[in-house]
Design a protein around this ligand. Structure first.
Ligand SMILES: NC(=O)c1ccc[n+]([C@@H]2O[C@H](COP(=O)([O-])OP(=O)(O)OC[C@H]3O[C@@H](n4cnc5c(N)ncnc54)[C@H](O)[C@@H]3O)[C@@H](O)[C@H]2O)c1
Length: 363
């Protein structure tokens, strides 16, 4: 049995990737939950800055050791939350450079400056190889053949972050979110909205018996803050890792799946988005997965010849027919993590935000 987590207020925190979707939500939650925290938000591009004098925005490129070291030295944070990563769908080289070498640089800089706690944002995809993930927990090993370069690089970076646990007095943990969505989302919900705009919502790939996990952004931001303040408390009380504590109840040196804890049928999630968006004809034509893969293969070949982006890809077919949901009991035990915003309320807030943004753009 895990012991009840104790927490310590976070006096200073550097959020790397602090202008990104997740990073800026963490900054916002820190302002709310730890109002006296000195916050530095560092990112390679300073966009979406919150107008609050308590936040110090700085430019950083984590692939450059001197750049990240100087940011950590100036910020002198007790806690570093590292969310930076390129988006999914790019080449292997960029993932190895930013996620692997960049994370190595972040760890080195933190060790040099004496940071106490690192919370690394990993991904639920680190255990995915295309096989079904059904209520998967943290005992699931990394796959022998990773699904793609992005997930491979996230797994390598997670291992680097966790191996640094206990070194030079620093405690580390890794959170593995699945399908983050919310206002400001650039990946999950925009994909479904594009399908609606292209008039393709009638098509459903597969028979919709596959369950999927998604995570509302604010729940995930709070999970990061819970992890940071719990580790900070542990640091203050034991100085580092405590080998006398049952290994299963260690937050340091371990990874936790974080989701909304409400797995849903993949196409039910899509249909809910489209209904909120005002499209009600979804899913009336079911295309079996096998046929979808053949058509996607042809579409990819044709698009390559024409120099265009294919609308349907084998990745999208496989993904939308996959079983992918996770057991989050470990996060509930070790962090007392409880998703505050339900999936349906999260979707409502998200689509309202997208509609408002579209209205602003038209005005
Ligand atoms: N979005 C999802 O569904 C999802 C799912 C699982 C895991 N994750 C992980 O969550 C984290 C946050 O994702 P997000 O959706 O907020 O992405 P995002 O693209 O909105 O934010 C990532 C931020 O990292 C910054 N960044 C990229 N390269 C950098 C560099 N070299 N130096 C400094 N900053 C750099 C970007 O400018 C960006 O602001 C990432 O680590 C991602 O791998 C995301």
């Amino acid at each position: 049995m895990a012991t009840k987590p104790n927490r310590t207020p976070i006096p200073s925190c550097l959020v790397i990737g602090g202008c990104g979707f997740l990073g800026s939500a963490i900054v916002k939650s820190l302002l709310e939950k730890h109002p006296s925290c000195r916050i530095t938000a560092a990112d390679i591009r300073l966009v979406n800055q919150l107008a609050d004098p308590k936040i110090n925005y700085v430019t950083v490129d984590i692939t450059d050791l001197a750049s990240i070291t100087s940011v950590v030295e100036n910020a002198k944070p007790e806690v570093v939350i590292h969310t930076a990563s390129p988006v999914h769908g790019l080449g292997k080289e960029i993932y190895m450079k930013v996620n692997v070498e960049g994370t190595r640089n972040v760890i080195k800089a933190c060790q040099e400056v004496g940071v106490k706690v690192i919370v690394y944002t990993s991904s639920a995809g680190v255990v995915y190889d295309g096989s079904p993930l059904i209520n998967t927990d943290e005992t699931e090993p990394f796959p022998i053949v990773p699904y793609d370069a992005y997930n491979d690089s996230k797994a390598i970076a997670e291992v680097l972050a966790l191996e640094a646990n206990g070194e030079k007095g620093m405690l580390t943990t890794a959170l593995r979110p699945a399908g983050i969505f919310g206002p400001g989302d650039r990946q999950v919900v925009p994909g479904f909205i594009t399908v609606a705009k292209n008039g393709q919502t009638r098509w459903q790939l597969g028979n919709n018996t596959n369950m999927f996990d998604f995570t509302y952004i604010d729940n995930l931001a709070i999970a990061h803050i819970l992890a940071a303040s719990t580790l900070l408390h542990q640091h203050a009380s034991t100085g580092a890792t405590d080998p006398s504590v049952d290994q299963r109840s260690h937050l340091d040196g371990t990874s936790l799946f974080i989701t909304n804890g409400q797995p849903v049928y993949f196409w039910d999630f899509a249909k809910a988005i489209w209904c909120h968006y005002g499209v009600y004809n979804a899913g009336s034509i079911v295309m079996p997965r096998g046929i979808g893969l053949i058509i996607a293969g042809l579409a990819e070949g044709f698009s390559k010849l024409m120099g265009r982006e294919p609308g349907l890809t084998r990745f999208r077919v496989t993904y939308s027919c996959a079983h992918r949901y996770f057991d989050i009991r470990k996060a509930k035990d070790l962090l007392e993590y409880e998703p505050e915003v339900s999936l349906s309320e999260g979707l409502r807030r998200t689509i309202e935000w997208f509609k408002a943004e579209e209205a602003k753009a038209k005005a």
